[in-house]
Design a protein around this ligand. Sequence first.
Ligand code: SAM
Length: 252
Amino acid sequence: MSRREYFFVEPDQVIWQSGVATELYIRGEEHHHLTRVLRHQPGDRIFAVDGRGMFYAGTIETITKAFSRVRIEKVEPRHGEPRFQLTLAVGLPRLSRFEWLLEKVVEIGVVGVVPIISRYTVVKPETKKMSRWRNIARAAMKQCGRSVLPEIQPPMPLEALWRQVEQFDVRIIAHAPLPPQARPFGAGEQSAPQGTSGLLLVGPEGGFAPEEVQKAIDGGFQFLSLGGRRLRTETAGVVASALILHVLDEIQ
Ligand code: SAM
């Protein structure tokens, strides 16, 4: 796969005329990176995404101190985006591990990440990190060539998440061993799970409390085993996200 560098543009940095995107302006840090780090020149072809699903390819026409002006040659909606909208809700691990996980799952293709505070979560929730987390997600989005910026939510109590699970077509919890009354992931399906949106729940280092496991059973969650080895929370988040998107044909 060729190395493509993607620049970030806000939608208002793109000029549309009669429904056609004609030019865009790269500013700020992105402009600095384009001119000073990558040393692009007028005439070079570059790629940009707006974080809301638009991808642009074009040629640099002008470089000034404050901006680069690019003539747009190609527009592609939902470039690099999976069809299946998988949101990962994960028991908050240590912050450095959470940030590692965040970067990896954005690359893998999740559309949202919700850090969860559950009964056995020991890490103190940090709401001050939100802008840092969004920057990590944005860098990962650009790095892997996605066009939608995944939504990173502030830490949320698991109790609050239970009230939202109905909005997802498919609900999956990574948990082993499988409780006797639980429905295994994929059981009873003709092929891959049906629907266009899914919630994947992964526990904190301390795992899920028995009443949380029961809530998942009552809430119609499918139970996903990741094998006979106990994985760290962030490893489980990465492996389970990739596995689910693979089963759904999003990773082939
Ligand atoms: N002591 C905890 C337990 O027994 O559940 C271990 C928790 S593990 C470190 C953190 C989370 O990763 C688990 O709650 C689960 O969501 C997921 N996980 C880790 N290994 C797994 C496996 N083999 N199968 C399914 N989920 C797993």
